[in-house]
Design a protein around this ligand. Sequence first.
Ligand code: UD1
Ligand code: CA
Length: 462
Amino acid sequence: MSDDTIEVVILAAGLGTRMKSSKIKILHRAGGRALIDYVLDLAAAVSNRPPIVVIGHQREAVQQHCGARARYAIQDEQLGTGHALLQAAPLIEETARDVPVLVLSGDVPLTRRETLERLFAMHRDGANAATLVSMIPDDPGRYGRVVRDGSGRVVRIVELKDSSEAEKAIREVNGGIYLFQSRDLFRILRSLSTDNAQGEYYLTDVIAALVRDGRRVEALVVIDPAEAFGVNSRAELAAAEKELMRRHVTQLMDDGVTFRDPDSVLVETTVRIGADTIVYPFAVLEGETTIGRDCEIGPAVHLRNVRIADRGTIRTGTVAEETSIGEDASVGPHAHLRPGTILGARVKIGNFVETKKAIFGDDTKASHLSYIGDAEIGARVNIGAGTITCNYDGVRKHKTILEEDVFIGSDSQLIAPVRVGKGAYVGAGSTITKDVPAGALSLSRMPQKTIEGWADRRRNEK
Ligand code: UD1
Ligand code: CA
């Protein structure tokens, strides 16, 4: 369903004081994105018109974050949800038509598109003046209660702070997602009072006003209370994040990814993984990470903004960030790939190797215990155990260049800036301070000295 007459309004002006944060609640992240991003996606799925986001607190930050995905209405003072929604009236009334207005909240990220489609259908079929989403959670908590009459018709919503003991016991609560018709909605919003426990203009009072006018109001009761789960605290942020990532992992499994233990991974909703890849427990996969097909992501691997081509193997305990890994490459266990690392096809990075701003050509290997930073390395280079690029002179960083087919013996230091030419060898234990020409052997270690019988003589001295 995508209907260009539907106007979507997202309420997002409140700070969210229970978050105890200097940052506005809707910009807090869950599953790799800000809470409001999920709501913007939902709006885009049901209407061709960009949603109207009602902004107040930290409006510049919200506007900068949402950019051209939204239009904006400003609520200077947070006088309540009814007042917030009214700020969208000028933008909607421009058309002078009576249009459906879908109201969402920036802090309710788990609603499914199918639920909104059911809401639209119920609204249309009943020719309703208003249709809202309600739910029956185990604990009705602080949600507004949905009051129905003897024949089960919705008559009003009462906020917890304004409710009687009997009303507090009602388990059906207001999910904060509504569909109205613009003409009646804005007329009633303009007549609301603040005569309630919180001294606010309650959007929820529109329901009782419509019913008083003899108009038809219905509630769509959703089975899964997650659908209208509102984030108000850090604990609720964690719960929302868990559900967002659970859904994402389930989708990935549907698409052919194996998780050895889907409950023990952290996979942000922005992460893409190809079919037949296997992910082991305690993997933490974040940001714009893209993993190809037939890869293996080992236990306790932490990836952030990493691209892995097909058939990559990332072994236990590897940490990688802002890195690109070529096909059939193998990394770890316990490797540390820092930003700017680019590995070609079939590269092997072994245990306890750290890289940074380093490009590795195809089939190059650094299998053990090395630091490779600010380096450009050609194809088929072999970097022996314990090789260190000494890229920092205490003031500036310098570059190491290893041309193709170079062999670096174990325990060598490459003092940058330095270049080792094509096919050259560096003997083990060397400290290389000058460029090595192509095809040469260069070594810089002390000649070995051997004193025959020395040990026996020393023992006899006693
Ligand atoms: C609201 C409903 C409650 C419902 C719950 C569902 C009212 C009066 N109550 O309560 O019945 O069960 O949502 O989650 O509507 N906002 C503004 N400007 C304001 C006040 C709020 O933009 O002046 C925004 C907030 O930033 C938030 C949304 O409106 O995104 C909801 O406001 P909030 O204060 O969280 O309402 P609840 O107390 O949760
Ligand atoms: Ca809320």
